[in-house]
Design a protein around this ligand. Structure first.
Ligand code: NAD
Length: 458
């Protein structure tokens, strides 16, 4: 079986790769199982130095890696460079914090009773990391860096749409000194992911859509292994009545359209108080009209092609449904055929409502709906009217008002006067259909170890 890597901007074939079949995946699992104990026994300082070398190799190879990423997922080159550069801070966070996050913890030392109670952690073992294509460096490193630092072996299945990047990551890890059997890339699509889950792995860490996440949870149900799912979103932001609508439109538009709207935490719904609604829509549309769509390798390009051609039809259906239900289209609305097969015009609607798929289902593309609201309470009710719960934001100069609103919102991350933002120091976590578990932060290191309770008498 082979996998064709196709450039989404030109539709030209970049490379053909052999995929892993079930036998090869079983062999990879056995190799990882044998190699993991020795990796875990190495001093933490050695694993940290190896990951530090990996970081240095990413810096050294940054331009080649960005070009590869841009070619296979269609990410505009500046944004590809941002991603390769942006991952360094995450690696630093993990390297700096792994020791404290996994240190032995003596919780009782009672000489009179001759009793010591201590918590020590151990790696999970061999884990599967099944990853998405939209930010392969970010979502991959959130898992494999802390997993490797804490002594696990990783079977890493990059998305079939970001496989060259996945293989480049594997090369850099191996060149840095991670043994080949401790980090094994698995090439293939959904079938390869499913075959990986059939192995007796000790945990699965998945980033992708709700639909696939549900299948994964079902596939391993009953096996009592660690399952972490980072899934999609329909992230709202609210522009309150006292916000400076003109000043904030540019930042919110970037939050909606960066990476062509293909971010799990892209702004996907905007609610605007009626008193600033018209000014906001005008400023927002003006900003979106400045976006340059084109060849992702061109430095000027802000909107590249969609990575998956199938998503074009999803966006077309959302646009048709919104129009049919009475939304006002301000700009865009069509597949941009002149620019290449997967291009879709940046699209802005107002006068939307929750009967429209545009306001309910993840768009994962350059399409956004703006809805007028009459009060903070209405905004909160609409923000919470979703099966997802990844991020939500509020724009107002009044921090107390923002905190009052954000306390009521059911989402894993909340933003005041910002959006589409991830910090390595904070847990990245979803609620509802946005997933279970946390990556990043101390919690995102401890996710890769299991505690052992020591009762020591004598
Ligand atoms: P996807 O669900 O289509 O695929 C994700 C991965 O799952 C791929 O590697 C794919 O090959 C694999 N897969 C598919 N079927 C499988 C199966 N039956 N068993 C095992 N593996 C299987 O998602 P995608 O298109 O790669 O990514 C986009 C989605 O990811 C969006 O919904 C986005 O919001 C979400 N996402 C979430 C986060 C987050 O941190 N919450 C980050 C990035 C992307």
């Amino acid at each position: 079986m082979t996998l064709s890597i196709v450039n989404p901007a030109s539709q030209s074939l970049v490379r053909t790769l052999e995929t892993h079949d079930e036998g090869a995946i079983a062999a990879a699992f056995h190799a990882a199982r044998s190699a993991q104990p020795a990796w875990a026994k190495r001093p933490l300082s050695e694993r940290r130095s190896i990951l530090q070398r990996f970081r240095a190799l990413l810096v050294e190879r940054a331009e080649t890696l960005a070009q590869t990423l841009s070619q296979e997922v269609g990410k505009p080159i500046k944004q590809a460079r941002n991603e390769v550069g942006g991952v360094l801070g995450r690696i630093d966070f993990f390297i700096e914090n792994v020791e404290a996050a996994t240190a032995d913890n003596v919780v009782l030392d009672d000489p009179a009773a001759k009793l010591v109670e201590a918590i020590r952690v151990e790696p999970l073992g061999v884990i599967a990391n099944i990853s998405a294509w939209n930010y392969p460096y970010f979502v991959g490193s959130n898992v494999f860096v802390p997993a490797l630092l804490t002594g696990n072996a990783v079977l890493y299945k990059p998305s079939e749409f970001a496989t060259l990047t996945g293989l480049a990551i594997a090369d850099a890890l191996h060149d840095a000194g991670v043994p080949k059997d401790v980090f094994i890339p698995i090439v293939g699509g959904g079938e390869a992911g499913a075959a990986l889950l059939a192995q007796p792995i000790n945990g699965v860490f998945f980033t992708g859509s709700y639909g696939t996440g549900k299948k994964i949870a079902e596939a391993v149900a009953g096996r009592m292994i660690k399952v972490q799912l980072e899934l999609g979103g329909k992230d709202p932001t609210y522009v309150a009545s006292d916000a400076d609508a003109q000043a904030i439109a540019e930042g919110i538009a970037d939050g909606a359209f960066y990476n062509n709207g293909q971010s799990c935490c892209s702004v996907e719904r905007i609610y605007v108080h009626e008193s600033v609604h018209d000014a906001f829509v005008e400023a927002f549309v003006r900003e979106v009209k400045t976006y340059v769509m084109g060849d992702p390798l061109d430095e000027r390009t802000y909107i590249g092609p969609l990575t998956r051609s199938a998503q074009v039809a999803v966006l077309e259906a959302q646009v048709a449904d919104a129009l049919e239900r009475g939304a006002t289209l301000h700009v865009g609305g069509h597949r941009a055929t002149q620019a290449g097969a997967n291009y879709f015009e940046p699209t802005v609607f107002s006068q939307t409502n929750h009967r429209m798929a545009l306001m309910r289902d993840e768009s994962f593309g350059p399409v956004i709906g703006i809805q007028k609201v009459a009060s903070d309470e209405e905004a909160v009710a609409l923000m919470n009217d979703t099966a997802y719960g990844l991020t939500a934001g509020v724009y107002t100069p009044d921090r107390a008002r923002a905190e009052r609103i954000l306390r009521e919102v059911n989402a894993g991350s909340v933003y005041w006067n910002c959006c589409d933002r991830v910090s390595p120091r904070l847990p990245w976590t979803g609620r509802g259909h946005s997933g279970i578990g946390s990556t990043l932060s101390i919690a995102g290191i401890q996710a890769f170890v299991q505690p052992k309770a020591w009762h020591l008498r004598g």
